[in-house]
Design a protein around this ligand. Structure first.
Ligand SMILES: Nc1ncnc2c1ncn2[C@@H]1O[C@H](COP(=O)(O)OP(=O)(O)OP(=O)(O)O)[C@@H](O)[C@H]1O
Ligand SMILES: [Mg+2]
Length: 449
């Protein structure tokens, strides 16, 4: 009897790319051949997840039940449309059958988030406490941003987020939206429930690491659980809290907006209410999406980078403007800065090193390096700094394969030393030239935030 033609029953929703049909959908994901797969670090999950090379990019494929895959696909699509930091859905594949006609699980396909790492990939000997603090803070920012959009997550944890370097900090992206729900507004109770889950899950994740002796002794799981709650509450009240002023109201409003912009948030509206006797004014900002700096940079230069990187680049741009043309139009100076400072710096990195870091991160690091050199001599120029950076810092970085070569955590295919070596670099102290992981993409980042 001829083998059942599994392709006949396939149903693809989402991607307009017919080549998706060529992937081996009639075999379980677990048995897909190595030459289809991209070995990238992967977090822990209940479902089988694999990364697949596809037309020069990488896709993440997760096997799950059909209706759940469709629901998660729709949810991610909607979140992306609203500007939430999350992975981008690509397709849902269902109606899969094997060669004998047996049904196979449906698959949710998302685009692999470039330069991202699951938190468990951030080990050296053990996950250090300051790295964990930064990851927790990034998760708190992500949770606040999602809540501002009315998204109730339902399963907040470090495992369900991905992390990318963002200057000195990390930024977190939602990867697992399976349990989430969108509402017009979240009630305080819904938000509290998510915070509580975040706290419980992080504590659980830390106890797991502790049991596996992969946690620095200095880390107290309970403290870290408390930290996410504190950070969340602090940020939420700064962003949405109501303040009352008696005098100098314009100044206070401007200060409040400035403080929110500093945090990277935009203010869409201010609710202003006058008190009964008309002598006091209450303001409550309606904060929209984070990303004030990256939007300003995008508007001025066309560079699409992450928030802290954007803040750093804008500082340099503002400094450039102050020194060279304080009275000139901002967007004109921005083009000057792009052509005279940013582009020459990034182009000075030899081609063979370019796949190691995003250009904006390179620029950020060269600025750091110039700072480091300036301890000995104060007038270090950017060309000097980049030359020294290329000569003294970049060659010490691990080869990209160190990161690309491994999968972690899931289904017992644990990592070996190579990845560990690369990741350690994220945790070196500030003052020494740091080695960084991160790969792919040589041009300007086009990553959607
Ligand atoms: N688009 C993507 N880009 C990068 N990594 C991804 C992507 N999609 C999934 N992953 C990796 O796969 C892991 C598992 O994905 P996910 O959390 O969606 O699976 P899950 O089985 O639903 O998890 P859970 O056990 O929480 O239900 C993530 O932690 C992440 O490391
Ligand atoms: Mg998950």
């Amino acid at each position: 009897m001829p083998a059942y033609d599994g392709h006949m029953a396939l149903n693809i929703t989402g991607a307009v790319n017919p080549e998706l049909l060529d992937l081996p959908w009639s075999t379980p994901l677990e048995t897909w051949p190595d030459d289809t797969l991209a070995a990238l670090p992967r977090g822990i999950s209940r479902h089988v997840v694999r990364f697949v090379r596809f037309n020069g990019r990488v896709l993440a494929v997760k096997e799950t039940v059909g209706p759940i895959a469709h629901r998660e696909f729709d949810m991610l699509k909607e979140l992306g449309r609203m500007g939430a930091p999350c992975v981008t859905p690509f397709a849902v594949v269902d109606g899969r059958v094997d060669a004998d006609g047996n049904e196979l699980a449906a698959a949710l396909v998302t685009e692999h988030l470039q330069f991202s790492l699951p938190y468990r990939a951030l080990f050296s000997q053990a996950l250090r406490s300051d790295t964990l603090d930064r990851l927790t803070d990034a998760l708190a920012v992500l949770l606040v941003r999602l809540h501002l959009l009315g998204f109730y997550w339902g399963d907040v944890s470090l495992s369900n987020a991905l992390f990318r370097r963002d200057a000195e900090a990390f930024s977190a992206y939602l990867v697992d939206a399976e349990t989430g729900d969108l509402h017009t507004h979240l009630t305080p109770g819904q938000r509290a429930y998510d915070i509580d889950l975040a706290r419980t899950n992080i504590i659980g994740e830390m106890f797991d690491l502790q049991a596996a002796e992969e946690l620095d002794d200095a880390v107290d799981p309970l403290e870290l659980g408390d930290r996410i709650e504190e950070r969340y509450k602090e940020l939420w009240s700064t962003l949405t809290g109501k303040e009352t002023f008696k005098d100098n109201i314009r100044y206070h409003v401007a200060e409040r907006v400035k403080a929110l912009n500093e945090l990277g948030f935009d203010v869409a509206e201010l609710d202003m209410t006058q008190t009964g006797d008309g002598r006091e004014l209450s303001i409550r900002p309606k904060v929209v999406d984070a990303g004030h700096h990256s939007r300003r940079l995008l508007r001025l230069t066309g560079l699409d980078v992450q928030e802290n990187q954007a803040r750093r680049l804008l500082n340099d741009l503002d400094e450039f403007r102050a020194v060279f043309s304080p009275d000139e139009d901002e967007s004109f100076v921005a083009h000057e800065w792009l052509a005279r400072v940013f582009e020459p710096t990034v182009r000075a990195v030899p081609r063979e090193f370019r796949r190691k870091l995003e250009p904006a991160q390179v620029f950020h690091e060269v600025l750091d390096h110039r700072w480091f050199l300036a301890e000995k001599r104060s007038d270090v120029t950017m060309p000097e700094a980049v030359a020294s950076y290329v000569k003294n810092v970049l060659p010490n970085r691990p080869d990209e394969q160190a990161v690309l070569g491994q999968a972690i955590g899931a289904e017992g295919d644990a990592e070996t030393g190579t990845e560990t070596r690369a990741i350690q670099a994220w945790q070196l102290p500030r003052s020494s030239p740091r080695i960084t992981t991160g790969t792919i993409d040589t041009g300007t980042s086009t990553e959607k935030r």
